[in-house]
Design a protein around this ligand. Structure first.
Ligand SMILES: [Zn+2]
Length: 463
């Protein structure tokens, strides 16, 4: 354990004592915590990838339920039905100018289609002008990650919509990462089926196809697309540590993952961190002013379904703040996700935690990609960690390589070390005023933080 993290632990007592009458040393016992890490190895190796509706997801839920019960928690299992997606035995074969099986995987919500042969054309980065220029009518379109200078990258699901409208037979996206990787992601938003079969292919296969097409060689594919969209029942799991007040701090991480690897980094790490923090707080600081609810959301990868379901079925007035953990590691700052009013709390923490370098590391940058989104769109303050540099295992995310062996135990431990006292402090921080934003204030926040992608989510959900 590095010195910074040790210092953080030693400051826990001081920090909590500044906010709470009840001072409990959360110190020495923390040094050896590894229960969440053990749970992570079980979830990864016994359940595996946890795409919603798959055996891995249900098995993982039963492992987590069993482990939480072993800690003495009463586990709330909230079942609900969402638009799901089932991967088929897809196959893409290049049949001209040479024969080759393509390394490709279907995107979420991609659809089935009777086996067909089709010409492949190159449609640049998937902007409307490039699609028009590529004449994709009746042909499959190859789309690169290399976007035009001065233009924002086009979301895959937006390119798929435009390609379908232009009459394309299928969409194939080139991965930006080298080494045969194929990154899964959503092929459509709002739980809707994609309008055409859509796939990701490797950097190497994709670049080769692009060169072949640009050398004016006619490229033809055989496509077997057998994925299906169907409703599935999934569960959010939660445990509650009741406080003096029924108002609560929600601590969340998404439980589901893609199916290719084991979902270790994204977001087995968060599952395990939440478990460990719940265990430590229950054991060492169970009495707090606000209640603390730990929630493992499902269906995040296919469109934040679990967190939206949660927010839609709660009295949101009771939620003081949400803290989110998605691929979190080595925190040396905070992200207040567009909620400036959390800054005094973060600054107080930064003064105490030497591993949170400076106030400059407290950023205020919302985006549309994790479970805090339904909360901030309802005006609820949300907080997460901020780190320098990418997580070592992060480059494998949404892919075959996201397995337990990529997890560095320190990355798991550092988040627990810093955020256990942060959550306890937040649960005893009644002196900080954290009013919910009104709808107008949320819209203003989106404008000020240039987070226009949130507007689309807001509209999609009718908030
Ligand atoms: Zn994630």
């Amino acid at each position: 354990m590095n010195q910074n993290i040790k210092t953080c632990i030693f400051t826990i007592v001081l920090y909590i004592s500044s906010f709470s009458q009840t001072v409990t040393p959360v110190v020495d016992t923390n040094y050896s915590f590894h229960e969440g890490y053990r749970l992570l190895s079980r979830i990864c190796d016994e359940a595996g990838g946890r795409l919603i509706g798959t055996e891995g997801n249900y098995k993982g839920i039963s492992i987590l339920t069993e482990e939480l019960k072993n800690l003495g928690f009463s586990v709330n299992n909230d079942d609900y039905i969402i638009p799901g997606w089932k991967r088929g035995d897809d196959k893409i074969q290049v049949i001209a100018p040479v024969k080759k099986n393509l390394r490709a995987i279907a995107l979420g919500y991609s659809i089935a289609k009777p086996d067909f042969e089709t010409e492949l054309v190159f449609a640049g980065s998937g902007t409307d002008s490039e699609i028009t220029a590529a004449h994709v009518q009746g042909k499959a379109a190859l789309v690169t990650f290399e976007h035009l200078p001065g233009k924002d990258p086009v979301y895959r699901y937006d390119a798929i919509k435009s390609l379908a409208a232009a009459g394309a037979t299928a969409a194939i996206f080139i991965d930006s990462r080298q080494g045969g990787m194929v990154m899964c992601s959503m092929g459509a938003t709002g739980g809707k089926a994609a309008l055409i079969p859509a796939f990701a292919t490797s950097f190497e296969d994709g670049k080769w196809l692009k060169r072949v097409i640009q050398n004016k060689q006619t490229t033809r594919l055989f496509i077997h697309a057998s994925d299906s969209c169907q409703p599935v029942t999934v569960s959010n799991l939660s445990v509650l540590l009741p406080g003096q007040s029924s108002k609560k701090i929600v601590v969340g991480a998404h439980f589901d993952s893609w199916d290719l690897g084991q979902g270790a980094t994204d977001n087995g790490l968060g599952i395990a961190q939440l478990y460990e923090m719940a265990r430590l707080i229950k054991q060492l600081h169970p009495e707090n002013y606000y209640s603390i609810e730990f929630v493992w959301f499902n269906g995040e990868e296919l469109g934040l379904h679990g967190s939206k379901h949660y927010v839609d079925n709660q009295n949101t007035d009771d939620i003081i703040a949400m803290v989110n953990f998605d691929m979190a590691a080595a925190p040396n700052g905070f992200n207040t996700y567009g909620y400036d009013e959390l800054k005094p709390f973060c600054l107080a923490a930064a003064r105490v935690f030497s591993c949170i370098d400076t106030a400059q590391k407290i950023i205020n940058t919302p985006h549309s990609g994790s479970d805090f989104v339904p909360f901030i769109l309802r005006g609820i303050p949300a907080l997460g960690g901020n780190s320098d540099g990418p997580l070592p295992g992060g480059k494998y995310y949404h892919d075959f390589g996201d397995t337990f062996d990529k997890i560095i135990e320190e990355d798991y431990r550092s988040v627990v070390t810093v955020f256990t006292p942060v959550i306890i402090s937040l649960a005893n921080s009644q002196q900080f005023k954290l009013p919910h934003k009104t709808r107008e204030e949320v819209l203003d926040m989106i404008k000020r933080t240039h987070s226009e992608s949130l507007l689309r989510v807001m509209k999609m959900w009718g908030y």
